[in-house]
Design a protein around this ligand. Structure first.
Ligand SMILES: N[C@@H](CCC(=O)N[C@@H](CS)C(=O)NCC(=O)O)C(=O)O
Length: 356
């Protein structure tokens, strides 16, 4: 339905846990200095030497990151991992995926188990400043929603007085739910799960009248319930949930690569360059396109990767619009409109700074 310094030697990492309590892992804070400005000593060099990207994903959300029975990953979040691998190796398959639940995702990143997250993670100030993360550009502007059984008669959050709501721990979701209900003065019963499958199963079994999550996930997960039509995502948005890739603080060389590959996906759509027509743009007389595709200038080598990194990305993975359409939009089972995720030139929020 359409509604819709690697923290230095010592590591301080704060997990935004469900229910508002933040958990600190490690001891002293990072020195705050930029430890790397080039590939040497950066996670970028580690990834290049390994010849493969290790990307942390959810793996259970159709349209975003989903692993099928054959072990193949797909989705918008997965395509961001593939784009980074394409930029580095001209091979979108040079990715090892690690499935991470919401509570383990930041520790996996901090411990170096993954190079980056592309796992429906919301950019918040505390994650940015206190947890020690860097947020690359938002790849999906989302908001928290609520799913109910269509025949429940529930239409607003106020209708949840005395009723149970299923929610997953380690997320912004429970925090927002608590805030929102407190603001409205609605007493409800939170039923908390660490595992998304358990949460949706409990909701489906009727243990909760509502299931709350990012709206995109509700729409995706609804499609996996036995009878999707029996469930409705309410016209309620409880929060802003800007979702995007994440790296660790104090490694600007690596962060720059993830950031500018992500912006490049958006810029490619604005230029109208697609996987299908990219050869027509190669050797373009337009200096903006020539720089973007690496025919001129040193935009890639300046950050330690090949100059034609965006040529590789678009050829191998496509632009942001293509990625959106095949995973979530008209070319997918969801048919989600672009909405806020349209380009700024179409009234949306997707905007890339200049490639110069
Ligand atoms: N965007 C929110 C929520 C992210 C999150 O982990 N959401 C849960 C559901 S509330 C999830 O993705 N579960 C995995 C799934 O649905 O498969 C955040 O960054 O905290």
């Amino acid at each position: 339905m359409k509604k819709i310094g690697l923290l230095g030697v010592a590591l301080t990492l704060t997990l935004a846990a469900c229910g508002g309590a933040d958990t600190t892992v490690g001891s002293t804070p990072a020195d705050g200095g930029e430890s790397t400005s080039a590939a040497g000593g950066s996670r970028l060099q580690t990834v290049l030497d390994r010849g493969q990207l290790v990307c942390g994903v959810d793996g259970g959300i159709p349209g975003f990151s989903f692993v099928d029975e054959s072990g193949t990953y797909s989705g918008l979040d997965v395509d961001v991992c593939r784009a980074v691998a394409a930029a580095l190796f001209d091979d979108p398959e040079a990715v090892e995926y690690r499935r991470l639940d919401s509570t383990e995702r930041f520790t996996a990143l901090a411990g170096g188990e993954v190079d980056m997250l592309s796992r429906n993670t919301t950019w918040t100030i505390s994650r940015d400043t206190q947890v020690g993360l860097e947020f690359a550009p938002t790849t999906f502007f989302d908001g928290q929603g609520m799913m109910v059984r269509t025949d429940s008669g529930i239409a607003t959050l106020e209708d949840f007085a005395g009723k149970a709501i299923c929610v997953e721990t380690g997320t912004t979701t429970e925090l927002n739910l608590t805030d929102q209900m407190r603001k409205l003065g609605v007493e409800f019963e939170p039923v908390v799960f660490q595992d998304a499958d358990a949460a949706y199963a409990a909701y489906d079994e009727g243990r909760c009248e509502g299931m709350t999550s990012d709206k995109s996930q509700l729409v995706a997960r609804r499609s996996t319930l036995p009878t999707p039509a029996d469930h409705t995502v309410l016209e309620v948005t409880m929060s802003k949930e800007p979702l995007g890739p994440v790296t660790l603080n104090n490694d600007s060389a690596w962060f720059d690569v993830v950031k500018w590959v992500t912006y490049g996906l958006i810029q490619a759509e604005e230029f109208g360059i697609t996987a299908a027509n990219i050869e027509d743009f190669k050797g373009s007389d337009d200096p903006n396109i020539a720089r973007f595709l690496g025919d001129e200038g040193t935009l890639g080598t300046d950050m330690g990767i090949p100059n034609d990194f965006m040529y590789r990305v678009i050829k191998d993975v496509g632009n942001y619009g293509e990625i959106y359409d095949r995973n979530l939009g008209a070319g997918s089972q969801f048919g989600l409109e672009r909405g806020q995720n349209a380009l700024w030139t179409d009234g949306g929020l997707m905007y890339a700074p200049p490639f110069r």
